[in-house]
Design a protein around this ligand. Structure first.
Ligand SMILES: CC(C)(COP(=O)(O)OP(=O)(O)OC[C@H]1O[C@@H](n2cnc3c(N)ncnc32)[C@H](O)[C@@H]1OP(=O)(O)O)[C@@H](O)C(=O)NCCC(=O)NCCS
Length: 202
């Protein structure tokens, strides 16, 4: 059952300071979603460990935030060295927020990031019977080519263009104000400033 949306959904990339939000997001996934996302049974302990290691320098993680809650995630993780052309692609949207286009927006953004990083082949741990994920990929059929085998989908991306590069740069720039504001609110909420001193509300 869908929940009523009370705020505006903000799409932006995740940074190391978003680790707790990512952990909360992953833990909130039910058993079926975890299996669909990770291709296996994922315990809370595994997800905590995963969230701690997940935000690395070479990974690009796009998030959808609603009122400070991370409700959708798309991960792009290059496989191998700096010049890798292959990457892992993974998605998760919280069950209460599905079927309203969040996965599609994240797919578009992460696909553009892959193009801009010349990651030509994306491997998705997509179960053969994952109908929502297949429906989502079909929407981008004009841009990508998807091959399915038993458990992995291979997505071939188009080359980058000036439009894709500028689009990502503009989205990153416009996300900064809300990102800084969210971190500041988080620091006040925990009573700690960036200098480690208690924060005082004015
Ligand atoms: C796959 C997932 C990310 C999609 O997120 P989402 O926000 O619901 O995606 P969207 O709303 O943009 O699109 C979903 C599409 O699937 C379709 N869909 C949903 N359930 C479906 C089903 N049972 N059968 C067929 N299509 C279905 C929707 O109708 C929609 O297509 P439409 O917009 O053409 O109507 C989400 O379902 C999820 O997190 N699943 C668990 C984790 C997972 O499977 N990850 C993918 C593998 S890494």
């Amino acid at each position: 059952m869908s929940r009523t949306v009370t705020g505006q959904i903000i799409y932006r990339k995740l940074m190391p300071l978003d680790r707790d939000a990512l952990e909360t997001h992953l833990i909130a996934l039910d058993g079926d979603s975890r299996r669909a996302r990770f291709g296996m049974v994922a315990t809370d302990a595994f997800l905590r460990e995963y969230a701690m290691r997940c935000i690395t320098l070479n990974a690009t993680i796009h998030g959808a935030f609603l009122d400070d809650q991370l409700i959708g995630v798309a991960e792009l993780r290059p496989m191998g060295n700096l010049f890798a052309e292959d990457a892992e692609l993974a998605f998760s949207v919280l069950p209460d927020h599905r079927n309203r286009g969040i996965g599609s927006v994240l797919f578009g953004r992460v696909l553009r990031s892959a193009r801009n990083r010349t990651l030509a082949r994306l491997h998705m741990n997509c179960l053969r019977y994952n109908a929502p994920m297949r429906a989502l990929a079909r929407k981008f059929a004009a841009e990508i080519h998807v091959e399915h085998d038993q458990s992995v989908a291979l997505v071939a991306t188009p080359p980058r263009s000036i439009v894709s590069l500028l689009g990502e740069a503009l989205d990153d720039a416009s996300a900064w104000p809300s990102q800084i504001w969210a971190w500041q609110r988080g620091a006040y909420a925990t009573g700690i400033t960036s200098k480690g001193k208690p924060a005082h509300r004015i």
